[in-house]
Design a protein around this ligand. Structure first.
Ligand code: BEZ
Length: 212
């Protein structure tokens, strides 16, 4: 039996696989994105209803990601010419321009390296995986949705903002956090911290105003 490459799922904190590929905005080399945040997201296929709704919503929100120095990179196994025909149709139908690169991955090499599809998969049935990659090329978060449910673009933006806000390690983002809301303090890790007078009920759970 031929030796299979190692396609183990990506873990948070790991460097993401580098790739270089054709896209609707010319050649994309992931190495050129070092220094910026990147959201790499795959979709099951061009010319499908849920994917079309996601691309229309993302086209309308692209500026908000760019303002946060985050590049959007879409990817699917469809060919570059399919991508071009699809974004043209989206433009004609919805009046929006897909200004971020949509990458072709017909060999599924990138999809397999990221675990977007099973290592042994023979068809193109990728799920809706999204990878939040920091400026050092490290995976900071990922989400996976089924083909039948579209992603929430406000939640993608919220997660990006929360990752950027907490990357220094001096604050945590609580449930439902939004930009401007209070953040959680990082709890102390010693008995002295836990026993500090006056802090008994909340040494591990206290908020501070967000000053950023
Ligand atoms: C969709 O985007 O609508 C879709 C894609 C693949 C399977 C089912 C739905």
């Amino acid at each position: 039996m031929d030796e299979q490459p190692d396609y183990s799922p990506l873990r948070l904190g790991e460097s993401v696989p580098r790739f270089s590929a054709r896209s609707t905005q010319g050649h994309v080399d992931l190495a050129n994105y070092l220094g910026r945040w990147v959201i790499l997201f795959c979709h099951p296929g061009d010319f499908t209803p849920v994917c079309t709704s996601e691309f229309i919503a993302l086209a309308r929100a692209t500026d908000q990601f760019v303002q946060r120095d985050c590049a959007l990179l879409g990817i699917s196994v469809d060919s570059l010419y399919s991508h071009l025909a699809w974004i043209r149709q989206i433009h004609d139908m919805a009046g929006v321009e897909i200004s971020f690169p949509l990458i072709e991955d017909p060999s599924m090499e990138i999809a397999r390296a990221y675990g977007m599809i099973g290592a042994q998969a023979v068809d193109a049935a990728a799920v809706r995986s999204t990878y939040f990659i920091d400026p050092q090329g490290i995976l900071r978060a990922s989400t996976t949705y089924p083909a039948t449910v579209g992603r929430s673009i406000p939640e993608m933006l919220r997660l990006l903002c929360a990752l950027q806000r907490t990357e220094s390690g001096e604050a945590l983002a609580p449930a439902d956090w939004q930009v401007g809301n209070d953040v959680l303090c990082v709890p102390g890790e010693t008995a002295q911290d836990a026993l500090r007078p006056g802090d008994r009920s909340s040494w591990f759970y206290s908020f501070k105003q967000d000053s950023l």
